[in-house]
Design a protein around this ligand. Structure first.
Ligand SMILES: CC(C)(COP(=O)(O)OP(=O)(O)OC[C@H]1O[C@@H](n2cnc3c(N)ncnc32)[C@H](O)[C@@H]1OP(=O)(O)O)[C@@H](O)C(=O)NCCC(=O)NCCS
Length: 167
């Protein structure tokens, strides 16, 4: 027993952990061959979710168990000419999330999502979006938390959470 899981704001020091969680999200399939984080982040379509963290407008939360980071959820505004997979509009940040393999299925991802959308609500950011492949079980978690599917293409769904609905 290493103690309770605590959720705290993400800081500049968390950049390497966010990169690690981003790589885990990109390689979510259980049968995905393991690849080094650096190699995953060499893809600009992936890297732009964390590069230069933190940038103005970035918001993130970290789950910690003892002194170990075990999960992260964060979001970033991406412009129309450098859009992410879950792009809806330039004023809607895109969310990324990952929990370390050994800590999944214990409610940490749900807590990270709820904390992040609460913080966005406090900052008067009305919507946050994400992209999820439709065969990823994470899609059920997002729906459960209140994300709504707004588009679907090429096996992936774009989902949006409205923070004003819970304020
Ligand atoms: C998706 C993820 C962040 C969820 O975090 P978590 O702490 O495991 O989630 P919770 O325990 O709060 O919620 C569990 C729910 O998430 C879903 N889930 C997705 N992947 C899961 C996994 N590997 N293990 C357990 N649950 C998973 C299940 O639907 C589960 O629902 P249930 O409780 O009704 O069975 C985490 O499993 C993860 O990092 N997965 C790999 C990376 C990934 O897929 N990222 C998202 C890309 S869009």
């Amino acid at each position: 027993m290493v103690g309770p899981v605590v959720i705290r704001p993400a800081t500049a020091d968390d950049a390497p952990f966010l990169a690690e969680m981003l790589a885990a999200a990109a390689l979510w399939r259980p049968d995905a061959p393991p690849r080094p984080t650096d190699e995953v982040l060499a893809d600009p379509a992936i890297a732009h979710y964390v590069s230069g963290w933190p940038r103005p407008g970035d918001v993130g939360v970290i789950a910690e168990e003892g002194s170990d980071a075990v999960g992260a959820a964060w979001c970033r505004f991406l412009p129309a000419d450098d859009r992410g997979y879950g792009f809806v509009a330039a004023d809607v940040p895109e969310l990324s999330i990952g929990v370390v393999a050994g800590a999944r299925g214990r409610g940490i991802g749900r807590r990270l999502l709820l904390d992040l959308v609460s913080e966005l609500g406090r900052r008067r950011i009305a919507r946050v979006s994400l992209s999820v492949e439709i065969d990823n079980p994470a899609m059920g978690l997002y729906s459960d938390v209140g994300f709504v599917e707004v588009a679907r293409a090429e096996g992936a769904a774009t989902m949006v959470f409205d923070t004003t609905a819970t304020a």
